[in-house]
Ligand binder design. Sequence first.
Ligand code: DAH
Length: 342
Amino acid sequence: MIEKINSLKARIEALSADTPEQVEQLRVQYLSKKGEVSLLFNDFRTVPAEQKREVGQKLNELKNLATERISALREALEAKAEADNEAAIDLTRTATPLPAGTRHPLTLVRGEMLDIFARMGFTIADGPEVEDDWHVFSALNFAADHPARDMQDTFFIARNPADVLLRTHTSSVQTRVMEHTQPPIRIVCPGRVYRNEAISARAHCFFHQIEGLYIDRNVSFADLRQVLLYFARQMFGPETKIRLRPSYFPFTEPSAEMDISCNLCGGKGCGFCKHTGWVEILGCGMVDPAVLEACGIDSKQYSGYAFGMGIERITNLKYRVKDLRMFSENDVRFLDEFVAAK
Ligand code: DAH
């Protein structure tokens, strides 16, 4: 019996395997119920009582040896497989692409609008969102009791020492530029504006505008009309028609509002244009001489026009966004829709 144990021990110590399958075969051959080690345990019954202690001990050692040897073989094969795998990683492969973001629809449309005006020689001017009464209202000829100054429209930050407020329109940038620059002036001013409105699908407490201003000698209303026609056709297509309706703004005289032929129904009339065939997109007019004078420009020598429009409105017309709140909610399902847009 001892001999049998010793010879089996020698064989087990010399075991080797090249594949996991071979390791499994060895396990079955030695350690399964009918394996060679287990069979020796069966023979244990026949061992004379005085040898039982010694043989029992050797048998247990043999079983432990077989178990350890076989799991060592398995581990060695697993470690080798892992090392092979690592060597197989190709470090020169291009990286997995990371999902790229998209530009916000208002950014896209603002860029498109500014490009059109840049082609007509307009440069970009900028001004602060936190403004004072003078630049937003007084210099622009708003009477002291004009309703736009009212608390309901304007977010006031401080009443004293000077009135500090969030600008309600980008016309304030006109004031700033005219104060520091003598004509000719030809600028567009993009930016965010704030109004104290209840938030709904059609109104928000902040939105975006582009203001335009051109001041020079002999600027006429016909120049204004031609610039706006060019803009409308570039933005909405060569078939687009415009119409100017008389209106009122404190800072322009005469003033007008401009409609374009509804680009959804082509002017035939639909729900979007309330069956009129026209949609309003901007306010405009000839800069009031009082505004020029308030900003230090000689109104006898110079004249000019101004216009202002909402970027959200133009974006709605182009992309049919029905709810203004979509622009500020950052819902990626909405933003993803503009991936393909230029
Ligand atoms: N500032 C006006 C508004 O926010 C828009 C506007 C109208 C701007 C006429 C102008 C203009 O420059 O001439 O509603």
